[in-house]
Design a protein around this ligand. Sequence first.
Ligand SMILES: [Fe+2]
Ligand SMILES: [Fe+2]
Length: 169
Amino acid sequence: MGLFTKDIKSMDDLLLHGLQDIYYAENQITKALPKMIEQATNRDLAAGLRQHLDETKKQIERLDKVFAKLGERPSGTDWPAIDGLIEEADSTAGEIDDKSVLDAAIVGAAQAVEHYEICRYGTLIAWAEELGHDEIVRFLTTNLNEEKAANTKLNTVALRKGVNKQAVA
Ligand SMILES: [Fe+2]
Ligand SMILES: [Fe+2]
């Protein structure tokens, strides 16, 4: 952000700004997931998070292509929203002793991150569509669908694979 100028002058600028935000978020998530995987006791939870870490790395590659399409270098802006979600997850986990309760907390924290991503990708897709960036819409939609699938999987792990039940046992 310039001190004397307003850097976002058009919808193209706003789209780029939003892409930098999600690029930063995806990179922060890549750094945060290994710790959550390590802390998870439930096997389905750990496996699901591991799979989503691989997906997240591919999502970043897709975003690299999106920046290339726009003739921009991939870059992220430090953004407090995702940092806040990750910090909250981390400090909550640090307060929990019981492994099963920790699993339930990890699911909740991961779902907060997925919903954040779902919300951001939804907006970016709408803007990119309006601007006629069809190829970018396709890349972003693939990422969005993976976030939705990850969230659904977390629901399954919590409700049907025993994480929540174990936590209250
Ligand atoms: Fe993601
Ligand atoms: Fe995700």
